[in-house]
Design a binder for this molecule. Structure first.
Ligand code: UT7
Length: 365
């Protein structure tokens, strides 16, 4: 008995930007981006919200719309849980999952968002599977038989478009899967989650929360202090505007690429090895590995160090870029759509990213 993947879909924003267009923004070239990352184009959500992208991916995974993989059309009442992995929801409250519940009429679902940076989808998959498994064996819990796990990202909203170290890498999009508890299927065979401290702050993005609370160590601040504070805030706003005008926005992603590269390459190998060992499955028995699409060279490195063919890895970075948490379910949907996953195949999903976070799951399709 297990927790099976019964649907998968993705959503790709309309606007596609190629590397030559990026070279109009920053000092870069198609040659540099292609050879260092494997990226040729990325998509930017100009007219699509995070909710729009989530909805499109979810409808395909639920079997309501064409363009995804779905074993059957799921009734809205059948979904008991929605988890969205995202850093870039449209609003903080309600959560993206709550907005999706309303939009799709999934009236029996409990829902929440989760932030584990680029590993968010794999963390959400783990949480959903754990909640389903726990409720299957205990009567003192909310019954959860089916879950919709969505990852949506619009990194274009937290990108410094004047920083060539990061802006050429990122892309927007969404992916979704439906998980179902099934007594007669193996489903998810093993999972692995781990964190390491990012002691050098190699991958960061400041919070957009910037209200100054009207308090000091003695309690409520005096009116004069508040006025001073508000003058200071205005000065600060002017500074921010000037900084923005110079192409230096504040709440944007910053990355020390080499440090993150070293961590990512090591983490991917560790996570794949762990899920195989935990499931007592040899790498020879794996049909497909769907990794976080951060850089094709990380996958080259992983394949070389594990002594396996690069063909075992699903690659979709070329026309997507790094879509953060959304990259794994987007690539997984591609793999289903392209007939690369058949019933009974053993598949690994694996991700790594800010935090640092590492996660993987091995399942039987
Ligand atoms: O999703 C979360 C996980 N993310 C990752 O795993 C990403 C991991 N890191 C990477 O993928 C790579 O480190 C990058 C693609 C970000 C960078 O590649 P790199 O081979 O590590 O390049 P680098 O940072 O060592 O930079 C080499 C040179 C530098 O110039 P100098 O100092 O040698 O003159 C950079 O300034 O390349 C320069 N550079 C660029 N040149 C043209 C950096 N970005 C660009 C660019 N175009 N876009």
């Amino acid at each position: 008995m297990g927790c099976a993947v019964i649907g998968c879909g993705n959503a790709i924003p309309d606007l596609e930007i190629d590397n030559d267009q990026m070279s109009l923004l920053v000092d870069t070239s198609d040659e540099w981006i292609s050879s260092r990352t494997g990226i040729k184009t990325r998509h930017v959500a100009l007219n699509e919200s995070s909710l729009d992208l989530s909805e499109e991916a979810a409808r395909k995974a639920l079997g309501w719309d064409d363009g995804g993989y779905s074993e059957r059309s799921i009734d809205p009442e059948e979904i008991d849980l929605i988890i969205t992995a995202t850093l870039t929801g449209d609003v903080l409250v309600p959560s993206n999952a709550a907005l999706l519940r309303r939009k799709l009429g999934l009236k029996n679902a409990i829902c929440f968002d989760l932030n584990a940076a680029c590993s968010g989808f794999v963390y959400a998959l783990n949480v959903a599977e754990s909640m389903i498994a726990a409720s299957a064996t205990a009567s003192n819990r909310s019954p959860i038989r089916r879950a919709l796990v969505v990852a949506v990202e619009r990194p274009s909203r937290i990108t410094n478009w004047a920083d060539r170290n990061t802006c050429v890498l990122l892309g927007d999009g969404a992916g979704a899967v439906v998980l179902e508890y099934d007594e007669n299927r193996a489903g998810i065979l093993s999972t692995f989650l781990a964190n390491e401290d990012d002691i050098h702050n190699a991958l960061t993005c400041p919070t957009p929360l910037d209200v100054v609370p009207p308090f000091d160590a003695d309690g409520v601040n005096t009116a004069q202090d508040i006025i001073d504070e508000s003058h200071a805030a205005i000065d600060e706003m002017v500074e921010i505007e000037e900084s923005l005008a110079e192409g230096n926005p504040r709440n944007v992603l910053r990355m020390n690429g080499q440090r993150v590269f070293k961590f990512s390459a090591r983490a991917m190998k560790q996570a794949i090895t762990e899920v195989c060992e935990r499931a007592h499955v040899s790498l020879d028995d794996i049909a497909l590995i769907v990794p976080h699409q951060a850089n094709e060279r990380i996958i080259d490195f992983g394949a070389r160090h594990m002594g396996i063919s690069k063909d075992l890895f699903k690659l979709s970075i070329e026309h997507r870029g790094n879509t953060s948490a959304a990259s794994v379910p987007m690539a997984l949907a591609d793999a289903y759509n392209e007939g690369q996953i058949k019933k009974g195949d053993k598949v690994i999903v694996v991700a790594f990213g800010g935090g640092f976070t590492i996660g993987a799951a091995l399942y039987e399709a």
